[in-house]
Design a binder for this molecule. Structure first.
Ligand code: CA
Length: 240
């Protein structure tokens, strides 16, 4: 059976264009022109992926996404005309899998769709998400007093639980997995957001700030270090 993709987009020409291209690629499609009907349709469970415009009548895209995530894990790619990083960050933080800025090349959208579908399949295939690890071993990543447990999906500093979003957790995990290795913004983007991204890499900086506000600022530590002109690193240090 062909995978079915829902297009929630109020610009008719754009929606029609995407629809034709997707059908040409062998996908089935559904289409909604406002947020309210789009949400209902997305919740129907018949879609493998949702393309979601941000500026929509009735309910905007971020609100659609927020409500959809209460009941569904369907992959969502946001379509945004606004060139605002905060929009994208809000989308990713609300649980979007990816986003693409209009206007885009259709090949890029198709590549993102394939990637999102593949990632979702991979996530379904290995529920533990701990590939290559001995299940008997501790799955904790540590640095000083900071401890991240993959199986419990939680982070502690000393005995305090730190409340992180999924994306913040991923970013911290990648930094801890590569302890003492400086990671560039591009590398972090690719590892955490999972796609080759051209353009604004400051979404990484925004998330580093979120992590620092939840860890460094609260516990008076300096866990994540900036290496000017290069990227970020978490180093082993006695001072933590
Ligand atoms: Ca729109």
């Amino acid at each position: 059976m062909n995978e079915k993709i829902l297009i929630i987009e109020d610009e008719e020409k754009m929606a029609r264009f995407i629809e034709l291209e997707l059908r040409h690629e062998g996908y089935e499609t559904g289409k909604c022109a406002d947020g309210r009907s789009g949400l209902e349709e997305a919740e129907s469970g018949q879609y493998a992926l949702v393309l979601l415009d941000i500026m929509l009548p009735e309910l905007n895209g971020l609100e659609v996404l927020r409500r959809l995530r209460r009941t569904s894990n369907v992959p969502v790619i946001m379509l945004t005309a606004r060139d605002s990083v905060m929009d994208k960050v809000s989308g990713l933080d609300t649980g979007a899998d990816d986003y693409i800025t209009k206007p885009f090349a259709i090949e890029e959208l198709l590549a993102r769709i394939r990637l999102a579908l593949r990632r979702r399949q991979a996530a379904g295939a290995s529920p533990a998400g701990a590939a290559g690890k001995d299940p008997g071993m501790s799955d904790e990543l540590c640095c000083g007093r900071l401890r991240l447990s993959e199986s419990r999906h939680d982070v502690h500093y000393a005995d305090s639980l730190i409340d992180l979003t999924a994306r913040e957790f991923e970013l911290l995990k990648v930094l801890l997995e590569n302890k003492n290795v400086v990671l560039s913004r591009d590398t972090l983007l690719e590892k955490v957001w999972g796609f080759d991204y051209f353009g604004e890499t400051n979404v990484v900086d925004v998330y580093i700030r979120y992590l620092r506000s939840k860890i460094d600022n609260v516990f008076g530590a300096a866990v994540i270090q900036t290496v000017r002109g290069v990227g970020y690193v978490i180093k082993d240090s006695d001072e933590q």
